[in-house]
Design a protein around this ligand. Structure first.
Ligand SMILES: [Zn+2]
Ligand SMILES: [Zn+2]
Length: 214
């Protein structure tokens, strides 16, 4: 499996654009790619996809972590190109939704063979739990429900191996003990403390970053 950061505040690969927001592409086995969040701006999202050789039409599933503009802003541009992807949004989303199959997620739900949603947590946000040979990889948008709450919810699918995504103002650092990989992206405020406390586990995030796990 592979996670590619398509949209982020920081840069990891020359030639891509940065912007406040988050989007990542998740590829597991032969399943059609899944897009988790869409950044703040469709033009930046599509530009980075092109640079990364990601074909928007091939995306089979789009999961929106939560209804904040820095995660939903590119959705309408993608949907103009991709007419078939299934869309998963948190049940509390009140924005006008496209006229196609939209799954309103409240409870934990299986999305594909190896990809699960934590369900909507704290009435705002869902995260992904992906089964890998090393354990569960959590992919989070902003972590508004709290990283601890997300890790607890993801643990129902197995032992959590690592987390990638926006960790917002999270500073309850002991909750990350035992993880093998910590890749803080997007809105994470305390990256330098995380790097200092978890030097072995810390992985720098940015647009173009590719995380490969079996
Ligand atoms: Zn947010
Ligand atoms: Zn955000």
């Amino acid at each position: 499996m592979k996670v590619t950061i398509v949209y982020d505040n920081c840069l990891e690969k020359r030639g891509l654009r940065t912007g406040w927001g988050f989007s990542s592409l998740i590829e597991v086995g032969n399943a059609p790619p899944l897009l988790f969040d869409t950044g703040a701006d469709g033009a930046t999202l599509l530009y980075n996809m092109k640079q990364l050789d990601i074909e928007p039409k091939q995306i089979g599933t789009i999961v929106i972590s939560h209804a904040h503009g820095d995660h939903t802003g590119g959705l309408s541009d993608i949907l103009e190109i991709n007419k078939h992807a299934e869309i998963y949004v948190p049940a509390s989303t009140v924005a006008r939704l496209p006229e196609r199959k939209v799954i309103m997620v409240s409870q934990p739900i299986q999305i594909s063979e190896a990809v699960f949603s934590t369900g909507e947590l704290e009435g705002i946000e869902q995260s992904l739990a992906i089964k890998t040979s090393k354990g569960i990889l959590v992919v989070a948008g902003c972590s508004h429900p709290g990283v601890g709450t997300i890790l607890d919810a993801a643990s129902r699918y197995g032992k959590v191996y690592g987390i990638i995504g926006g960790l917002h103002g999270f500073r309850d650092f002991s909750r990350l003990e035992g993880l093998s990989m910590i890749c803080p992206c997007h809105c994470t405020q305390h990256k330098s403390e995380l790097k200092r406390l978890f030097p072995e586990q810390y992985v720098a995030c940015g647009a173009g970053h590719e995380l490969g796990l079996l």
